[in-house]
Design a protein around this ligand. Structure first.
Ligand SMILES: C[S@@+](CC[C@H](N)C(=O)[O-])C[C@H]1O[C@@H](n2cnc3c(N)ncnc32)[C@H](O)[C@@H]1O
Length: 257
């Protein structure tokens, strides 16, 4: 299965994942961190549509976003906050040494390919006392049955194991490279249950809503939906209800230079 996603294609719809009414605990964690650090210069690697950088405008106007996708950068330009956007790759950060007080990524490190190269680059561009925060989930730590998508869409879990660094590796790399006070904490827990056909109302079952499903060809995506339909049919025949569980722990790996 392919592991590289073309974000240019899904950029125009990407912000659907950020409805106005939702509270994001990971956003609160980022805000707290930026405030504690009194961060003046902040970089997000894999900044996407600039949702988190725009939120951090309440801490500082010196906001930098780096993303590989021109389409995502185009969307980020529409944010009200004045974000300095650059197209590039997180494994070769196009910034001078000792530039940032805070460098973070959200749901992005699994796209960077050489995860350790990103961590080394982060150390280089951070100021002494500056912090690196890597936010995301760790499929290596979870029971795949915690997310029904892993059960019904063939190959998705295995692809995630290949794309994501394990949390243990991230901690080891950060320590080995010289980050101080490396910690891991859960900053958000997504818990959703959909029952029977209600699963089709889950926004994350849409083909382009997550990179997990967006990486599937139309055919393989339909096969997964077919497996869900078949399971529903069998449950009906047994007069049972079928529960589709999403229980995802979002972690923050944090270290200071
Ligand atoms: C799931 S999105 C996350 C966007 C944003 N951080 C958020 O939480 O909304 C992943 C982003 O990483 C970007 N990306 C993928 N590979 C990259 C790379 N090597 N360097 C920088 N950005 C990359 C993609 O273009 C995409 O915008």
């Amino acid at each position: 299965m392919q592991t590289k996603l073309n974000y240019d294609k899904i950029a125009p719809e990407y912000n659907q994942r950020y409805p106005d009414s939702q509270t994001w605990q990971r956003g609160q964690a980022l805000l707290n961190l930026a405030s504690q650090l009194k961060a003046k210069t902040i970089l997000e690697a894999g900044s996407g549509t600039g949702f988190w950088l725009n939120m951090l405008h309440q801490v500082t106007p010196q906001l930098y976003g780096l993303d590989f996708s021109a389409g995502m950068i185009e969307q980020a330009r529409k944010q009200p906050a004045p974000i300095k956007l650059t197209r590039g790759t997180a494994t070769h950060l196009p910034y001078q040494n000792v530039t940032f007080d805070l460098l973070y990524c959200v749901d992005a490190i699994h796209h960077f390919g050489d995860h350790h190269a990103f961590i080394r680059e982060a150390l280089r561009v951070l100021k002494p006392g500056g912090a690196l925060a890597i936010i995301g989930h760790d499929p290596h730590e979870v029971d795949p049955s915690n997310w029904y998508i892993y059960n019904y869409f063939d190959g998705v879990y295995e692809t995630d194991l290949r794309r994501y660094p394990s949390g243990k590796s991230v901690v080891n790399w950060m320590n080995a490279d010289g980050f101080q006070n490396v910690t891991v904490q859960e900053v958000e827990r997504i818990v959703n249950i959909h029952v029977d056909e209600g699963v089709f109302n889950d926004p994350f079952i849409k083909h382009n809503a997550t990179s997990q499903l967006a990486l599937l060809s139309a055919e393989r995506y339909q096969l997964g939906l077919g497996k869900i339909q078949e399971a529903l049919k069998q449950a009906r025949a047994r007069n049972e209800r079928l529960v589709f569980r999403s229980q995802i722990s979002v972690k923050m790996f944090l270290g200071t230079k």
